[in-house]
Design a protein around this ligand. Structure first.
Ligand code: C2E
Ligand code: MG
Ligand code: MG
Length: 557
């Protein structure tokens, strides 16, 4: 059956079957007498209807007659005919008919089950977090905003797992993921149907309870949520003792809009964390939140810029067709004198909140362009941009200056933005992106398909490249493997149609590499080729990637 992906049948003008192929028999499980020439179209349709999932309350006969009429009317007008059929077996079949000049027609049946499921999944992902199935940050914010706009009172409870990073590092990511899922399940049991429960990011969960709520009641809810998490967790054969910290902000007392409520809940959460594990804190409008962690970090960052403590590491992105390195992604690290090498996830969010990202980002652009100017001319450099850089500071100036000072050809610079940049919908954003593109800089959409209304963003700007989020690649083997592989394939196809290059990130194994290449991804990034490396290892990394590509290709040939 391989290679033959469509069921085909030809009918004559008397509505009798001339010939059909095996797949045509197989899809609707047609008996022999309905696949021999001369079988009537009406009998075949009657059989088809018996195999369909009944969406129709009327009897089979009425449905059969309707199907026949629709089909024949379209064909008699010389028009092609197309409809989707949902079978009891779960398969989804796209049926199309093409009229033939002699009055007969060709019936084509195509199994579109995988595509339709992937489309549904992409829609679902726009509002949900793929790992836990809870709502995602975007949906949470939308809900929060719409409740606030309606003038109703509400409480936001923000929950963070204590030392999640430590657990993840000590037991590995599978245990970390299992913990997040388990926490999601446990929290779901405590909440009401009308509550909005979401995973905002990493190990952060949050809940909106709509309606006026008394202090004692909200505190009682906080305690129940915390005890739900704290009960001993058995995960993948390990017993863990887990606790969470929680903060509460109430509307209208603690803020009139979503940003204010979330900011205040965040401040209270820091306070809860500092006070020790497993506790909760209600936002206090009179509280002094300006000291402590935030202030210390602020000073540290100023020093870091001055003392040049930031450095860029580079991770290769390989081109499957040319079997070489296409570009290097610049990934920032902070070499802290006491805390060692700090990954971006631990300081970029703060840098964005405090505005330091503008200066850090400008530095990264300059450094990356200078470094890349010394590489072989075919190799590009990708620099990550934060949404804050589009709103504050002079991003246009930073990019043009970086190019001018390094002498790097603009076509060798790629700017990576995430959906959050477009989500904020700042008036300058599109104009800036178009200006960069007009002088040859490539624009890449990073972490595609995760948290936001991804598909709509593809229409809003003509991206050059689309980087499929690594969560899909991670899950493409194992139980959910088929779904993820189907999603990757759909995104890669979509990218191709929109003339964008698709990149798969987070490829760690040969198996994943084979999967994403088969799915049509043109470029690949991940630990399988190389972790991010310091500038001194660029040359060796280029050669190593070539070796890996040629040996992978040889073994799979
Ligand atoms: P990103 O842009 O999606 O970068 C890819 C991240 O995935 C990097 O983490 C990289 O080390 C990691 N990664 C790559 N391949 C694999 C793999 O096979 N398996 C796994 N598990 N991980 C892989 P990193 O360096 O920690 O960076 C995290 C994020 O920090 C980046 O995500 C980016 O959003 C941000 N970031 C890094 N540098 C900058 C910067 O200069 N400016 C801004 N605004 N953000 C930056
Ligand atoms: Mg990136
Ligand atoms: Mg990414």
């Amino acid at each position: 059956m391989k290679g033959m992906v469509r069921g085909l049948a030809i009918f004559d003008k008397e509505h009798r079957l001339i010939v059909c192929n095996n797949l045509y028999r197989e899809i609707f499980d047609l008996p022999d007498e309905l696949t021999t020439s001369g079988a009537t179209f009406a009998d075949i349709i009657a059989h088809h209807v018996s195999r369909e999932r009944r969406l129709d309350a009327k009897g089979d006969r009425a449905l059969q007659q309707r199907r026949i009429n629709e089909h024949l009317t379209a064909l008699s007008e010389g028009k092609p005919f197309q409809q989707t059929r949902y079978l009891k077996s779960g398969r989804i079949i796209l049926l199309s008919s093409q009229p033939l000049p002699d009055g007969g027609w060709v019936d084509i049946q195509e199994d579109v089950t995988a595509e339709r499921q992937a489309e549904k999944k992409i829609e679902w992902l726009a509002e949900h977090d793929a790992l836990t199935g809870l709502y995602n940050r975007v949906h949470f914010r939308d809900e929060l905003q719409s409740v606030l706009a309606s003038g109703r009172a509400l409480a936001v409870l923000w929950i963070d797992i204590d030392d999640f990073k430590g657990i993840n590092d000590a037991f590995g990511q599978p245990v970390g993921d299992a913990l997040l899922k388990s926490v999601a399940r446990r929290l779901s049991k405590v909440v009401r149907k009308s509550d909005v429960l979401a995973r905002l990011a990493g190990d952060e969960f949050a809940l909106i309870r709509v309606g006026p709520i008394a202090r004692e009641e909200v505190e009682h809810l906080a305690q129940r949520l915390l005890s739900a998490i704290a009960a001993d967790q058995r995960l993948l054969g390990r017993k863990l003792h887990v606790t969470g910290s929680l903060s509460i902000a109430l509307a209208p007392e603690h803020g009139a809009n979503a940003d204010e409520i979330l900011k205040n809940a965040d401040l209270a959460l820091h306070r809860a964390k500092i006070s020790g594990r497993g506790g909760y804190e209600i936002y206090d409008p009179q509280g002094d939140y300006a000291c402590g962690r935030a202030k210390r970090l602020d000073i540290d960052m100023k020093v870091a810029l001055k003392k040049k403590q930031f450095e860029l590491h580079y991770q290769p992105i390989v081109d499957v067709a040319t079997r070489g390195v296409s570009s290097f992604e610049a990934l920032i690290r902070w070499r802290h004198p006491e805390r060692g090498l700090i990954p971006p996830a631990d300081f970029i969010p703060f840098a964005e909140e405090s505005g330091w990202i503008v200066e850090i980002g400008k530095w990264a652009l300059g450094r990356a362009c200078k470094d890349a100017a010394a590489w072989p001319p075919g190799i590009k450099v990708s620099v990550n941009l934060s949404s804050v850089q589009f709103e504050k500071g002079d991003l246009y100036g930073a990019v043009s200056e970086a190019l001018a000072e390094s002498g790097l050809v603009p076509g060798r610079l790629e700017l990576e933005i995430t959906e959050s940049v477009l989500l904020r919908d700042h008036p300058k954003t599109h104009e800036l992106l178009h200006r960069f593109r007009s002088f040859g800089v490539k624009i890449l959409l990073d972490d595609f398909g995760t948290a936001y209304g991804s598909l709509s963003y593809l229409r809003s700007f003509p991206f050059d490249k689309l980087k499929i989020d690594r969560s899909f690649v991670r899950d493409c083997v194992g139980v959910n493997g088929r779904d993820c592989a189907a999603i990757i394939q759909s995104i890669a196809e979509l990218a191709k149609r929109l003339r964008m290059t698709s990149i798969a990130e987070g490829v760690e194994t040969a198996e994943q590499l084979a999967m994403v290449t088969k799915a049509g991804c043109e470029e690949v990034q991940g630990f399988y080729f190389s972790r991010p490396v310091p500038i001194g290892e660029i040359g060796a990394t280029i050669s190593r990637c070539r070796e890996i590509l040629s040996s992978t290709v040889q073994t799979s040939a």
